[in-house]
Design a protein around this ligand. Structure first.
Ligand SMILES: C[S@@+](CC[C@H](N)C(=O)[O-])C[C@H]1O[C@@H](n2cnc3c(N)ncnc32)[C@H](O)[C@@H]1O
Length: 330
């Protein structure tokens, strides 16, 4: 399916970047620690004091396909300068609006290093780390790997991070060996006892996200579902390590729905079917999912959108977010 990786902007729909920036999960601090510890142990970079008093590497990080800068901002405290580039003008605009001024952003294709070097004069010589977070399934891995090796110093670590589609907690997760070998964090108010109704929500949710909307996923879902482990890292890089980080976290129904609204596949679905919903021949699967949950939770008042939003805000669902990071270099 690699041939569908066309260079169109699938993150530029109305309000999508704002939804993206607000409702995408926060990368776990432990994942960032893992990367920074790695860098600390191998880099010969001096450390310097930042203007805010923090200590950082005296070098730069380049975050490719940075979106609204969610990963870039996490790296920023640890580097003298962070750069983020993305294909989507709107994503870049929201990244700039939400940065406190320490990172620099520009609109570039992830493989367009030459353009990036002209734009940011400190590239490539001062870059000591390159990252691609939750975006490798959009990119041509082989092309990018060759480019990185050609243009950056030998040994520069490349961090390929991401997260799997969110899961609603359910019995099969509890019975699986998913937690084996992963760093597990329980965030917020995840219930002590597993709630059986989540089995049902999980089934409905999976039907919506992985079946009905599947055909709008304009990338190779298998690569992502395999945590990018099927990519040929070893063909290009001599060092390769991998770690998973699982976060169990209570989300509101509204947060979960807004998260899906931020995806390219939901926005593509809406774009194609806008005229057919509501009341037409196509049902919005996300609204259907929310309706199902609200009904089970006993909400019957459907008088207005505000009432519905309040109801969705009050429903709490335990979710599982699986993050991962590959660190490679040659
Ligand atoms: C799921 S988002 C991840 C954004 C960000 N890295 C994060 O972790 O939140 C995927 C991003 O890849 C960008 N993208 C897709 N193809 C690209 C390409 N060829 N070059 C640069 N960015 C690209 C999209 O515009 C989108 O912002």
């Amino acid at each position: 399916m690699n041939e569908i990786k066309v260079k169109a902007d699938y993150y530029g729909f109305k309000n999508q970047s704002t939804l993206f920036n607000t409702f995408r999960p926060d990368y776990p601090s432990k994942l960032i620690e893992y990367i920074i510890d790695y860098q600390d142990n191998r880099s010969k970079d001096q450390k310097i004091l930042k203007p805010d008093g923090g200590v950082c590497f005296n070098s730069c990080a380049l975050d490719l396909a940075c979106g609204t800068g969610l990963f870039t901002r996490k790296l920023a405290p640890f580097f003298r300068q962070t750069f983020g580039t993305d294909l989507s003008e709107k994503q870049i605009r929201v990244a700039m609006e939400n940065d406190e001024g320490s990172s620099k952003y520009a609109k570039f294709d992830a493989c367009d290093f030459e353009g990036t070097f002209n734009h940011f004069s400190t590239l490539p010589k001062e870059v000591s780390m390159i990252s691609v977070a939750c975006a490798m399934h959009w990119l041509d891995f082989d092309r990018l790997a060759v480019k990185i090796i050609d243009h950056f110093r030998r040994g520069t670590p490349v961090v390929v991070a991401g997260y799997l589609p969110v899961q609603i907690m359910n019995q099969s997760i509890l019975e699986s060996d998913l937690f084996y070998d992963a760093d597990l964090e329980i965030a917020g108010n995840v219930k002590e006892f597993y709630d059986k109704k989540f089995d049902y929500y999980n089934a409905v949710y999976n039907k919506v996200s992985l079946q009905t909307l599947r055909k709008y996923m304009n990338y190779d879902l298998d690569i992502l579902m395999n945590s990018y482990q099927t990519l040929p890292f070893d063909k290009y890089f001599s060092h390769h390590e991998f770690k998973r980080f699982i976060i169990l976290e209570e989300k509101t129904l509204l947060e979960l729905v807004q998260f899906i609204r931020s995806t390219s596949f939901y926005q593509l679905f809406l774009n194609e079917n806008r005229d057919l919903i509501p009341g037409g021949s196509v049902v919005d699967p996300l609204e259907e999912f929310a309706d199902t949950v609200l009904k089970v939770e006993g909400f019957t008042d459907t008088s207005s959108d505000d009432v519905r939003a309040d109801q969705m805000q009050s429903v709490k669902i335990d979710t599982m977010w699986t993050f991962f990071a590959h660190i490679v270099h040659n």
